[in-house]
Write a protein that binds this ligand. Structure first.
Ligand SMILES: *Cc1c(COP(=O)(O)O)cnc(C)c1O
Length: 425
């Protein structure tokens, strides 16, 4: 459920007409709804009501990569969420937004020694380590700083998450994690390293998951591993179950499992684990809380097809081009009739296609349109390809709205380049 609804014929974000935002901020622009973000946090927490977490509150650590905007992170920090970060940049953003260090988990397959040092100095909760060489580096860095790093190994359970190949992360051949059948040896190695304290196990098998089966399989394997590790003498206090629950993009296909169904599966899978549970949802929290607002540049008719050319492009919203992703496309002020068209951006790539032979609201030159469910992996994946400036982002809260990222001036983008002396005339 979201808060982008028609009122008197005009789509509003909460109480603000999108026509007003388009006029004030220009297009393309991402627009986020505070009420939707809050609702998703509440729904996810309620879904986890029944899980045991060793008597401690579960930690919901928002996957910052889904939407790292400072205002979005501040909204989530004020709701008490933690952060799952995968780079120094995300770590700094989370801290800056007010996420306490003891609610920050550092994931990622290629953490550098500098990034580790930064996180250790900040005092983060735990590192989710993805290899033995990584834990050796972390040991050296922690020792040099005179501190101890709490770690969980991210295990690769070798399950097929049944999602798009580019966002599937839990199969043996993927780059993520350590093989689960070698995990005991890795924990043994890590436990003997100075400056390292193994405290937990982590798993994350992929994103936009629409079937709970692979998650349940992965969690069952993690449960067995926790028992084995305790038998081996390790003190396992946390289990990080990752993120990955899918959201409905296309209203005409069956919806993914609900958070409540996910929560019930987790409660069953983790009963008796006696650990503090950590979750890393990204998409589920923010996807439906954002749209990409765009304006129709023109409509042209090709040999057979009708093309609606909008001012947003693949550099602003990469998902359709990268993952063949489907986004619902609607008119901001619907005219009441439908047409069939291809919706494309202006970038010089065939991949800059948002929809093919789509039945959608009639759109004419100058009309405003919106890509729904664009709050996750939207603005954060933007590039400046075709020398298109990074787009603006807007956060709505009731009848208020604020620009939470300025549109990048094209001059500022160009000014980052410089021409060496030998080319100066
Ligand atoms: C991307 C990612 C997430 C979030 O995935 P969603 O599908 O957005 O919930 C969580 N944990 C890790 C380690 C990730 O890489």
């Amino acid at each position: 459920m979201d808060h982008f609804t028609l009122k008197d014929g005009v789509t509003h974000a909460e109480d603000v007409p999108l026509t007003l935002i388009a006029e004030a901020v220009g297009t393309p622009a991402y627009v986020y709804s505070t009420a939707t973000i809050e609702r998703h946090v509440r729904v996810f927490r309620e879904a986890l009501d029944k899980v045991e977490s060793a008597g401690q509150p579960t930690l919901v650590a928002f996957a910052v990569k889904a939407n790292p905007n400072a205002a979005v992170l501040a909204t989530l920090a004020q709701l008490g969420l933690g952060a799952d970060v995968v780079s120094e940049g995300e770590l700094l953003r989370a801290l800056h937004a007010g996420v306490p260090a003891d609610r920050i988990v550092f994931s990622g397959v290629g953490k550098t020694a500098d990034e580790m040092a930064r996180a250790l100095k900040a005092g983060i909760l735990q590192f989710n380590v993805e290899s033995e060489p990584e834990v050796e580096t972390l040991s050296a860095v922690a020792q040099s700083l005179g501190v101890t790093a709490r770690i969980a190994f991210r295990v690769n359970p070798d399950v097929d998450a049944m999602t798009h190949a580019k966002i599937s992360t839990g199969k043996a051949e993927n780059k993520f994690g350590i093989p689960i059948d070698r995990a005991r040896a890795s924990y043994f190695t890590a436990s003997r390293l100075p400056g390292i304290e193994p405290v937990g196990v982590a798993v994350h098998i992929g994103s936009q998951l629409t079937d709970l089966g692979p998650l349940a399989d992965a969690f069952a394997k993690v449960g067995q591993l926790i028992v084995q590790l305790r038998t081996d003498g390790h003190v396992i206090r946390t289990a990080d179950l990752g993120g990955g629950l899918g959201v409905p993009y296309d209203p005409t296909v069956p919806h993914p499992p609900t958070p409540a169904e996910y929560g019930a599966m987790v409660a069953e899978a983790t009963a008796g684990w006696n650990v503090r549970l950590i979750f890393e949802p990204g998409r589920l929290i923010v996807a439906n809380a954002g749209i990409l607002l765009t304006r129709v540049v023109r409509v042209k008719t090709g040999a057979a097809e009708r093309f609606v050319i909008v001012d947003a492009a693949m550099n602003d919203l990469l998902r359709p081009s990268l993952y063949d992703a489907w986004h619902d496309i609607r008119a901001v002020v619907p005219r009441g009739s439908k047409m069939t068209a291809n919706v494309v951006g202006p970038v010089c790539e065939l991949g800059d296609t948002f929809a093919t032979q789509r039945e959608l609201d009639v759109l004419e030159e100058g009309d405003l349109a919106m890509f729904m469910t664009a709050g996750a992996y939207g603005a954060t994946m933007a590039s400046t390809y075709n020398s298109r400036a990074l787009t603006a982002e807007v956060l709505v809260n009731g009848a208020d709205y604020a620009v939470v990222r300025q549109r990048q001036p094209i001059e500022a983008l160009i000014a980052l380049d410089s021409v060496p002396d030998w080319l100066r005339l």
